[in-house]
Write a new protein. Structure first.
Lengths: 299, 199
C-alpha cells in the first residue's frame, strides 16, 4: 500500500478497503460461549479520533463479528474528538465502522467531554435526541446511558425513576467517567460516585461500563457491582494504570475493544487488543438480590 | 361612636407598638438570626431575578426555534450542523443588543461567586476542573458567539451543579478556566458569563 502517494482525502477510504480485506482474513481467539440465545454486544470507548489506531481497532471489531455475531455496539463517549461537523462524523465514525453500519448494526452512544451534546440527535447513535436514555434490547436486560459530563438533579431524578421502573434482571449502566478507576491521569470520579452509587445499590445495578481513561481495567466487584473501564479504542495512555487494590485486571500497552455475552445470570467478557490478542476474559455471575443487599451495607 | 373609634384606634396603636416592641426585642436578642434571615431573603430575591432572566432567554429562544425547522433526530450530520447554525443566527438576531451581565448581573455574579467559593476547595472538584481544559485563548467570550467546536467542554462538577440554581433543558453551567459561562448546548453558544467566577 502506498499511502504516501495517496491524496489525503483518499486515506480513510484506502484504510477502510484495506481493513475490509484484512478483516476477511483475521481469525481472533474468541473466548466466549457464543450460545445461540444469549445477548451479545461489543464495547468501544474514546474511539473518535479518525487515527490509524481507531481504524486498526475497528478492523478487529469488524473481524470479530464474523466469529461472534454481536447485535449492537456500546460507545463509551468521546465519540468525536476535535469537532462534530459532517466530515468528523464521516472520518471518525462512518468510515471506520462502515461494514458494520452497512449491515444494520446498532450503535448506542453516551456522551464524553469531547462530544458536542447535539450528537444526541444523530440517529446512528440511537440516543433519541436525549443526553441520557434507556433501552431494552432483550427481555430481562436493560441499559441506562448517562451523561456524566453534567450530572444535575434532573438527571438523577430521571435515573431514580428509570431504575425503579425497571423490572429487568440485568441492569447495566454506561457513561463516560469511571467512578472506580486506578488511572494516574484521572482516577476514580469520587463526586460522581457519591451521587450514583447509592442509586445503583438501591435498585440493584449489576454492571457499569465507562471510558475516559485510555486503557482497559476490570475492577474487583464493588458492593455487588461489576465495573469495567474501556477507553482505548483509539487513544492510549501508556503505563497509566497505577497499582491499586481496585484492579482485577488491566491493560495499558495497546488499544482494545470488548465483547460481552449475557446468558441467564452469567456475563462472559473478553477484551481484545488491536493486535488481535486477548487481554482479559472470563465469566462473572450476577449477584443475587440478597447478596447485593448484604454487600451494599458491608461497610 | 367617637368613643368606639378612639378605643379601636387605641387598640390598633397598642397592637402595633406591641409588635414593634417584639420585633425590636427579637432583633436585640437574636441579631445574628435576623441578619441571617435578611440574607436568605435577599438571596432568594437574587435567585428569583436570575430565574426570571433565564426564563426570558428561554422564551426568546423558543420563538427563534419556532421560526424555523427544529433540530430533529437525523441520519445526516449536516442537518444537525445546519439546525445548530440556524439557531445561533436566529438567537443572535433576536438578542442583538445583549451584553455581558444581562443575565449575570453584578448582584447575581456576586451571589454566584459566594455560592461557588466553598465548592471549589473540594479536591475532587479541582481535579475535574483541571481535566481536558479548553484553551481559553480559543474562546472568544462573545455574547451569542459560538463555543469553539474543536474544544472540549469541561465537565461540570456535580457539587457545583447542586450549589447553583437549576437550569432549564439545554442550558448549562460550564467553566472556561476561571470563568463561568452560561452555555446554550443546542446552539452551542455563550449566552452570558461571569469573569473570574472562581478563585
Amino acid at each position: 500500500m502506498h499511502l504516501r502517494r495517496c491524496p489525503t482525502y483518499l486515506v480513510p477510504i484506502v484504510l477502510v478497503v484495506a481493513g475490509l480485506a484484512a478483516a476477511q482474513e483475521i481469525a481472533l481467539p474468541i473466548a466466549l460461549p457464543n450460545a445461540p440465545t444469549s445477548l451479545k454486544f461489543a464495547i468501544i470507548g474514546d474511539s473518535g479520533t479518525g487515527s490509524k489506531s481507531q481504524y486498526a481497532v475497528a478492523e478487529k471489531l469488524i473481524a470479530a463479528r464474523r466469529q461472534f455475531p454481536y447485535e449492537f455496539v456500546l460507545m463509551m463517549g468521546d465519540n468525536l474528538y476535535g469537532g462534530s461537523g459532517p466530515k468528523d462524523f464521516q472520518k471518525k465514525f462512518e468510515n471506520p465502522y462502515k461494514p458494520l453500519i452497512d449491515s444494520g448494526m446498532k450503535f448506542y452512544a453516551t456522551l464524553g467531554n469531547h462530544d458536542n451534546p447535539n450528537e444526541a440527535y444523530y440517529k446512528g447513535w440511537n440516543m433519541k435526541g436525549e443526553r441520557y436514555y434507556t433501552f431494552k434490547p432483550k427481555a430481562g436486560v436493560r441499559f441506562f446511558s448517562l451523561d456524566s459530563n453534567y450530572m444535575d438533579q434532573k438527571q438523577l431524578d430521571w435515573l431514580d425513576k428509570a431504575l425503579a421502573a425497571s423490572g429487568s434482571d440485568w441492569k447495566i449502566c454506561f457513561f463516560h467517567h469511571p467512578i472506580y478507576s486506578s488511572g494516574g491521569a484521572h482516577g476514580s470520579n469520587l463526586q460522581l460516585r457519591a451521587q450514583l452509587e447509592p442509586l445503583f445499590l438501591k435498585y440493584g445495578v449489576d454492571a457499569v461500563f465507562a471510558g475516559h481513561e485510555h486503557f482497559y481495567e476490570r475492577i474487583k466487584p464493588q458492593k455487588g457491582i461489576y465495573y469495567f473501564t474501556s477507553g482505548g479504542a483509539a487513544k492510549l495512555r501508556e503505563g497509566d494504570v497505577g497499582k491499586s487494590e481496585l484492579t482485577a485486571k488491566s491493560f495499558d500497552t495497546g488499544y482494545h475493544f470488548m465483547l460481552i455475552e449475557l446468558a441467564k445470570d452469567k456475563m462472559h467478557f473478553q477484551a481484545i487488543s488491536d493486535q488481535g490478542k486477548t487481554v482479559d476474559s472470563g465469566t462473572l455471575t450476577r449477584f443475587s438480590d440478597a447478596d447485593k443487599k448484604k454487600l451494599s451495607t458491608a461497610d | 361612636m367617637y368613643e368606639t373609634v378612639v378605643r379601636e384606634k387605641t387598640t390598633v396603636r397598642s397592637t402595633v407598638s406591641t409588635s414593634a416592641a417584639l420585633v425590636l426585642a427579637l432583633a436585640i436578642a437574636f441579631p445574628a438570626a435576623t441578619r441571617a434571615h435578611k440574607r436568605v431573603n435577599h438571596q432568594a430575591q437574587v435567585i428569583a431575578d436570575f430565574k426570571a432572566r433565564v426564563d426570558q432567554y428561554v422564551a426568546l429562544r423558543k420563538k427563534a426555534d419556532d421560526s424555523a425547522p427544529p433540530l430533529k433526530k437525523t441520519e445526516d450530520p449536516r442537518d444537525i450542523r445546519e439546525a445548530q447554525q440556524g439557531l445561533v443566527e436566529r438567537i443572535g438576531a433576536a438578542r442583538s443588543g445583549a451584553k455581558q451581565g444581562d443575565i449575570f448581573t453584578p448582584e447575581i455574579s456576586t451571589l454566584f461567586k459566594r455560592l461557588l467559593r466553598p465548592q471549589v476547595h473540594d479536591k475532587g472538584t479541582k481535579a475535574i476542573l483541571k481535566e481536558d481544559k479548553p484553551n481559553p485563548e480559543t474562546v472568544s467570550f462573545k455574547i451569542n458567539g459560538p463555543y469553539p467546536d474543536k474544544q472540549p467542554l469541561v465537565t461540570s462538577p456535580p457539587n457545583i451543579l447542586a450549589a447553583l440554581p437549576p437550569l432549564p433543558k439545554d442550558l448549562e453551567y460550564r467553566f472556561v478556566d476561571k470563568h463561568l459561562i452560561l452555555h446554550d448546548s443546542r446552539a452551542n453558544t455563550i449566552i452570558d458569563y461571569i469573569p473570574n467566577a472562581i478563585p
